[in-house]
Design a protein around this ligand. Structure first.
Ligand code: SAM
Length: 259
């Protein structure tokens, strides 16, 4: 992986490096101010300066806008959390819960956020009429979509694959409790053979789409359908654009052509 590619794929590491650099800049500024004008930065001012510096450097590095907000808030939020004097196990519990929810997101760049019934209805209407379809939601989160579809299309097979342990276990339990026939696999969809499915649904992120398109073209059978909610594939005009509800993003669809 080239340096530029690594930088774009691992923005969390880049953000961390920028925080480190900003910390050094703030240290130098604090020392210069103290020695030249006897002015001593308070810890609150230093945290604010760290936030402004980190956001400015992130902007120079052309990080996306939401990263600038995170970079600005990081040091002030740490300071605020420390001033609450919470027992230390709370930090561990929060850390473990977030890790189980956002597993590997620094690598995949696909965080967890669920779709809802309007999207599920749109996907249901896009399914081909054949019986015995095989459908997979790659990155299935809490499993809402496969469970919804298997309640409507009773003669087809619905599956989800999810990398993060917490949403996966919730989807598994929800399925069992509701007596739903959907299958929930735990794993990385990059290792799943897409040739086994007639319809592949993705609700991922812009960063994931180019690799997904390469994988779909290499593995999916001719005539099968790739669907993506919200995120189009760069330079691959969709065959289908289906509105979900007013003002919301559509579901895009690509029919896999014959090789
Ligand atoms: C935006 S959420 C969508 C959840 C679900 N499809 C829905 O519509 O509600 C994306 C999910 O993909 C999962 N994910 C990201 N990369 C993955 C990978 N390589 N393999 C499997 N799941 C992945 C994330 O953990 C997250 O739960």
């Amino acid at each position: 992986m080239g340096k530029e590619m690594a930088r774009r794929r691992l923005p969390a590491l880049q953000a961390l490096a920028i925080q480190g650099l900003s910390f050094l800049i703030v240290l130098v500024v604090a020392r210069v101010l103290a020695s030249q004008s006897q002015f001593h930065l308070t810890i609150g001012m230093a945290a604010l300066l760290q936030g402004v510096t980190a956001a400015a450097v992130s902007r120079l590095c052309r990080m996306p806008p939401w990263w600038l907000i995170l970079q600005f808030l990081f040091a002030p939020a740490l300071l605020a959390a420390q001033s609450l004097q919470l027992p230390s196990w709370i930090y561990l519990a929060i850390f473990l819960s977030l890790t189980a929810l956002y597993w590997n997101v620094y690598r995949t760049q696909v965080p967890f956020y669920p779709s809802g019934p309007a999207v599920w209805r749109a996907v249901s209407e896009l399914l081909p009429p054949e019986r015995g379809l095989r459908f997979v939601d790659i990155g299935s989160g809490l499993g809402g979509l496969p469970m919804h579809l298997s309640g409507i299309h009773r003669d087809s097979h619905f599956a989800g694959i999810e990398l993060a342990p917490l949403p996966w276990i919730i989807s598994l339990l929800r399925g069992r409790i509701a007596g739903n026939r959907s299958q929930f696999l735990r794993g990385d969809y990059n290792r799943l053979d897409l040739s086994a499915y007639d319809v592949v649904f993705a609700y991922l992120s812009p960063a994931a789409m180019p690799d997904l398109w390469r994988k779909a073209q290499a593995e999916m059978r001719a005539g099968t359908l790739l669907l993506s909610y919200e995120f189009p594939i760069p330079d691959a005009p969709p065959d289908i654009i289906k509105t979900t509800f007013d003002g919301a993003p559509p579901v895009y669809g690509w029919r896999i052509p014959r090789a």
